[in-house]
Each structure stands twice: as C-alpha cells, then as structure tokens.
Design a protein around this ligand. Structure first.
Ligand SMILES: [Fe+2]
Length: 154
C-alpha cells in the first residue's frame, strides 16, 4: 500500500487515513488465514455478505465497468475490499474534501466509508481480484458527484 495527498505528494500514515474514516490493514492472502479475519471484521461492522470479484481485460464489459468507477461518486454503504491479487487505485476525499490517493495491492484491506466521494481505477497491471464485504447490496450503487451537485444547485 502507498497512500499520499495528491496535492502535496506527502505520504499519509495509516492512523491519518483512519482519522479521515478510511480503514486500512494488511492481511495474509491464504484463505485459511484471511477468512477468519474477514469474518471477524464482518461481525464487528455488521457486514452480512461477502463475494469475490475479478476485474481484468477478459471480464465481459471490462471498459464499461472501469468507466463506471473512474468518475467521482459515493455509495450509501461502505466500499470494503480485500485484494487477493493485482492492484488498484482508490482516490478518496478527505474530511476537508482534499484528494487522498491510495494504491492497494495483494493483501491490502481497505474500507471507504459510506457517503464519501471517491473514484477507483486499475494500475498498469490492469487486473485485480478482491473479496468484497457488504452491509446492503442495494446500497452499493455509484451516485455520481456531478449528478448530485447539479440536482442540489437547481
Ligand atoms: Fe465506489
């Protein structure tokens, strides 16, 4: 994991991410080790469902799926990901609306809080496989900032 402020390029330590509502930890990637830890995180935070997703060039509608997450958006549920392999980039707004950039890779666990603007894209590796945890699958729909702000400014 690498985390830094986009403006200043200064690194962001894990406790500062936590202050801005973003949980991060590094877990082992063999199933017998990570599964009990994910189950504990689920019980502690009220996540009821877990699934696994793979995103790479052989995923049907790969380009469209990538486009869905590159624009700034939020969800009404936390976005919780544990990276089994590959890598990705989360850019998440701080409490003061500044961009924080977090590059996640194998073994990284991240939780983006509900209702926080962020965007996501793949690295040059162009592949990621992660476990996702949900409180409410219906809440995991992207709500785009440009749409939310144009509807509130009318
Ligand atoms: Fe998202």
């Amino acid at each position: 994991m690498k985390a830094f402020w986009i403006d200043s390029q200064m690194p962001i330590p894990i406790n500062e991410l936590q202050h801005h509502g973003v949980s991060f930890q590094h877990l082992p990637t063999n199933e017998s080790d990570y599964l009990p830890q994910l189950k504990e995180i689920m019980a502690l935070n009220g996540y009821y469902a877990m699934d696994q997703v793979i995103l790479n060039e052989s995923t049907p509608n790969f380009e469209d799926i990538c486009k869905k997450f590159i624009d700034e958006h939020l969800h009404t549920d936390d976005e919780v990901r544990f990276v089994l392999n590959g890598s990705g980039v989360f850019e998440i707004r701080s409490l003061q609306d500044q961009w924080m950039k977090i590059i996640v890779e194998e073994g990284d666990f991240i939780s983006v809080p509900a209702n926080r603007f962020h965007r996501f894209y793949l690295t040059d590796e162009n592949t990621i496989c992660c476990m996702r945890l949900f409180k409410d699958k219906s809440g995991w729909v992207p709500l785009y900032r440009k749409n939310l702000e144009s509807s509130t400014s009318r």
